[in-house]
Each structure stands twice: as C-alpha cells, then as structure tokens.
Design a protein. Structure first.
Length: 348
C-alpha cells in the first residue's frame, strides 16, 4: 500500500461554497431543489430476497460498454429517484461507469411483503444487490456510494468482518456517524423541520404496516413525534433491537469505519445540520491509510454546491465520479487517488 502523500489539490478540487450558499440550510435545501430537475433514466429490476421479500434496483440506461459498475444507496426515506441519486448516476454514466441504484425496502413505490423494512445498519439487501451486479456485469470492477443513511449502512457492511469483499473502492457522503447525535439534531432548532418532513413519510408507512401486520407492528408508531420515538416504537422492535438507544449504539458508523479495508472517500461538512460534523471520528480516520477524508467547512447535508469560474457546479458529483473512476483505473479531469493512496484535508 502506498504511503506517499500527494498535494490535495492534485487529488480533488477544494470545495468552495457557491455565492449566497454558505448557510448550511441553504446548501441542504437548494441542493435538493437544484438536483430535482434532472429526469431519471432508469430501468427497474426486481430482486427476490432470501426471506421471501424483494428489493428493486434501478439501472441507469447506459453506457453500452461500462468500464465498471457502481451501486448507489440513498438516505432516509429517499429512493433511486432522489435528486442526488439521479445526478450522480448521470455523472457516472458520462464517465463510462454503470450506475445501479438500490431502493431500500418500502422506498421503491410499493410496500414490501414483510413487517421489516430498512435501517441504518441493515446490509443483507446491499449484499444482494452487489451479487446481482456481479452476475449482470461480469468481469467489471464493482464500487459503491452511500448517501447519509445509505452511507452508514455501507460502512456497517464494509467494517464488519472484512465486508465488501470484491469491491474495488467505495465512497460515502454526509454519514450520520453517531445515530444518537443525528436523532438529537433532528429534534432541536431548524433540525425539527427536517425531522418532521421525514416523520410524515415514516408515520404513513407505519400506519400501513400496522394494518397489514397487526401482530408485529405497534399502531403507536404512527403517532411518533420524533425520530427517536419512531425508532423506539417501530425500527428497533421489528429489527431485533431493545430500543432506539440499542439500535443507535450497535449500528452507528463510527463503530465500523476504522475497520474498512478497501480504498474509500468520505465527504462531510462541518456545518451538516442533520449529521453533526462533531460526530465525524476524525482521529480514527487519520490513522487509516486507505481512507480519504474530505471534511469541508460548508456544504450542509448532501448539498456541496460549489463555485468554479463564476458558475455554480455540482462539486459533489464531480468529486465522487473522479474518485470512483480512478479507483477502477479510469482517468478523469481531477486526479483522484489511486487504490491505497490516502490524504486527509480538513477545511478550516
């Protein structure tokens, strides 16, 4: 494994927030709105699971002869059609990489068949999707990108017993490294606005599950007032955790990131309003030579709208694509790190 440290400017471009978008909520909200403009170009494939359920993957149309395939994992109550999933799929395709977006259970537009759904530490459906990619695109290097909750789940997979065997590299963005801290952030100040947005969707699904699985899902979950309360009433009991605190303690990414063995890019903003920057295990990441941490001063949650040559750009998609491309041996405009090269830039 290489140990030399190259200038960071030669690896990825430094992030500079677009004018008027230094506020974390502006980055988070405008980033979401700006990315919704691109029309998805997916073909859907349904994968049966070992427990009698299913997950849907959406396969981006093109490129014809991909150099590799990348699995994308969305955040809480997102889907393959979330803006950041679509724009990243497009960017990967333009670089000759096949994007495959996983819809977690209950997030693909159709209720799943079992009371269980998805959560921040569930990895079996990710493994099922990766196995399908290996079958569908034989001989192509595989990578994965996780966003927010999807990034937390990906780190659970990669950090458990050498998980992710066969992946050439991975990336994760705006990960809630400490799930308890994120639940708290969603219950105070402006965070409550985001929390209530998530809860509207979660409570609706809870009502449906309580009707379809009356012996497994408590109807009280549909009246949860906070994310933590929802996790106490539904997420924890149906997935085998004692309570929300147990779920958070056992599934927070900070437990697993230090054990990741493959090359991985981790992007996070210090001002993230949903996944507090203070929860990023900076010292643990610095000790890992295979991890590249990009901790920016601004960027919000899944925002990272940048300024370059007086134009607003999608720095996030460009950086992810550059890193994944170089990981599988493709040259890109930005000199992304080769496998085994690690650099940490902490923006002040």
């Amino acid at each position: 494994m290489k140990s030399s440290r190259e200038p960071m400017s030669e690896i990825l471009p430094a992030f500079e927030a677009a004018p008027g978008l230094r506020n974390p909520h502006a980055q988070t909200i405008v980033g979401r709105m700006a990315r919704r403009r691109l029309e998805p170009r997916y073909d859907r494939v349904r994968l049966d699971t070992d427990d009698g359920d299913f997950v849907d993957v959406d396969v981006w149309r093109g490129p014809a002869e991909p150099a590799g395939a990348c699995l994308l994992l969305h955040g809480l109550e997102g889907s393959a059609r979330s803006g950041y999933m679509v724009t990243t799929s497009q960017a990967l395709a333009a670089a000759g990489i096949q994007a495959v977006a996983l819809n977690f259970r209950s997030c693909g537009g159709e209720p799943n068949r079992r009371p269980e759904a998805y959560h921040s530490g569930r990895t079996d459906d990710i493994e099922r999707a990766l196995a399908w990619i290996a079958e569908r695109f034989p001989g192509r290097p595989r990578t994965a990108i996780g966003f927010s909750l999807g990034g937390n789940a990906l780190l659970n997979l990669l950090g458990r017993n050498g998980g992710g065997d066969g992946l050439a590299g991975a990336a994760a963005v705006s990960v809630p490294y400490d799930l308890a801290a994120s639940a708290d952030a969603l219950d105070r100040g402006m965070g409550r606005v985001y929390g209530q947005r998530f809860l509207r969707s979660l409570r609706e699904k809870a009502r449906d599950k309580a009707l379809r699985f009356p012996g497994a899902v408590a109807p009280e979950a549909a009246t949860a007032r906070t994310i933590r309360e929802f996790d106490d009433r539904l997420t924890a009991p149906i997935h085998g955790f004692r309570n929300a605190a147990d779920y958070y303690a056992r599934c927070s990414a900070k437990r697993f990131v230090g054990a990741v063995e493959i090359p991985m890019l981790l992007i996070h903003s210090r001002d993230d309003p949903l996944a507090p920057g203070a929860s990023v295990p900076v010292e643990a990441l610095r000790r890992r030579r295979n991890l590249l941490l990009e901790l920016t001063r601004h960027g919000g949650h899944l925002g990272f709208l940048a300024r370059r040559r007086r134009r607003r750009t999608r720095w996030l998609e460009q950086s992810l694509t550059a890193y994944i491309s170089r990981t599988i041996g493709r040259m890109m405009p930005y000199n992304a790190p080769t496998s085994g090269t690690v650099l940490n830039r902490l923006h002040r």
